[in-house]
Ligand binder design. Structure first.
Ligand SMILES: [Ca+2]
Ligand SMILES: [Ca+2]
Length: 184
């Protein structure tokens, strides 16, 4: 069964990047703090650049009340909104390839390849629900293909038997019936 994964690792990664920055600055997470944290080489292994960059690039929209700081509530709102609305192809590509999304390269490629098919409501974004539905449908399709293949294989086995070793059984039955009808 194909598995197209889930976007949950991306949302967790964003929250994690936020937490790393928030833990380093007493005044909360401001745009300057994000820039500072990204520039701090000692953060190289603990702060994911793609996630931090997402927070930086979308700062204004994440900071709903416009006080210049992303609060933990605003961060929760962001991940809730993202998981409800889903991710655009660009957002997905950027965040999934961050190396911290929990998705393998083949899963990411599968999602990118089937993005439009997965986006069943056609809003240009994919959600976990759409991925899961696609997963179920492709599993069904796989089962159907397997059944069709199995059926075809069984049929050729049947005919194969009939024309080779199976001849004895079916032929003798036929000759028996012919014999019987000619007798009467
Ligand atoms: Ca705010
Ligand atoms: Ca969609």
């Amino acid at each position: 069964m194909a598995n197209y994964g889930s976007l949950s690792g991306i949302y967790a990664g964003l929250t994690n990047a936020y937490s790393v920055i928030a833990s380093q600055y007493e005044d909360g997470v401001t745009l300057d703090n994000i820039l500072d944290a990204r520039g701090n080489t000692s953060n190289a292994t603990i702060l994911n650049g793609s996630f931090a960059s997402y927070l930086q690039n979308n700062f204004a929209s994440i900071d709903k009340d416009g006080d210049g700081t992303i609060s933990s509530d605003e961060m929760t709102t962001l991940t809730n909104n993202l998981s409800t609305q889903g991710l655009t192809r660009e957002q997905f590509a950027q965040l999934a390839l961050s190396g911290a999304s929990g998705l393998s390269t083949s899963t990411i490629n599968n999602i990118l390849e089937h993005f439009d098919e997965m986006d069943t409501n056609g809003d240009g974004r994919i959600t976990n629900a759409e991925i899961a539905a696609f997963d179920v449908n492709s599993a069904k399709q796989e089962k159907l293909d397997e059944f069709t293949h199995k059926f075809a294989t069984d049929m050729s086995t049947f005919y194969g038997d009939d024309s080779s070793s199976g001849t004895a059984g079916s032929y003798s039955m036929l000759s028996y019936r012919y014999k019987k009808s000619s007798d009467s």
